[in-house]
Design a protein around this ligand. Sequence first.
Ligand SMILES: [Zn+2]
Length: 321
Amino acid sequence: MSDTHGHPHAWRRQFLKRSFTFFGAFAPVSRFVKGAQKPEPAHPAAPSPVRASTAEPHSRNEARYAAFDAHLHCPSASGQVWQWHPVTRTFEEFVSYLDRTGVQRGIINSVRCQEAKTPAEFIAGNREVARYVEKYKGRFLGAAVVNPLFIDEALREIEDCHKQLGFVWVGELCNYMAPFAYTIKEFELLVAETVKMNMVLDVHTELEEMEYIIRQFPQATIVFPHFGDGHEYDHIFKRIDLVAQHPNCYLDTSGYGHDRMGMLEYAVGKIGADRVLFGSDFSINDPSTVIARIRNSFLTEEQKRKVLSENLQRLLKTVSA
Ligand SMILES: [Zn+2]
């Protein structure tokens, strides 16, 4: 059975210090390309040297935008990775590819949590995330993933992740993985805990689920990944319009629909430039295609900066205070 998200689950499946130095102004891209083994040439396949005058405008354009990814699934230490054909298997390779694409920062959750069948597994996955956050200081923020079917452990884990590890984000919760329905009582308790901890809730939804969650939890700060869902053309406008009508909701650019010409412009036009977040869904999808669409879009320079990084920074300040 295929899900609507594209996660290849049928195959194989710290520390936000309370300081906000993390959210400070971005330095030029090159400063963040740490850990890259060697810089990629600008035009590796070019048969003859490219004149600097040709290459320069492009690199200047790239350096203008910082990219802060709201939607990253990192591999587990044991090698669980969400990728249709694995090419970045380790966390180091995951980071190295982000370097190539120009993603300087991001919110990470672990595939180990997504595939967990027991509380011990999702707890261990969140601890792996915390270690990566610590290791790459300032580059990533950890997101907690839990399974509400183990509600006692899930609630305790959300609190632990917040109070002990400094996480301010719950999700992306993918209910088709567990699976569970968002209408269950346990999910209500999970959302209540997220609200109590003043954390962001990030939930993968089909349109009907989105409508239910928005109606049911007006007090929550919610990020909905993906412009579209499994009924892309039929639902994408409705999803965007729903987010537009609810100021507590955000939409990330990942997955379906951002690459349909005009949809990014429609989303920013309807929702406004402040609640559309750059998200890639890497390691499933390629961040560079999303960044390219945003950079080449008909948005203003200010709107592009907001979508690519500033909106997420601002959102994080509201939940971390
Ligand atoms: Zn995802």
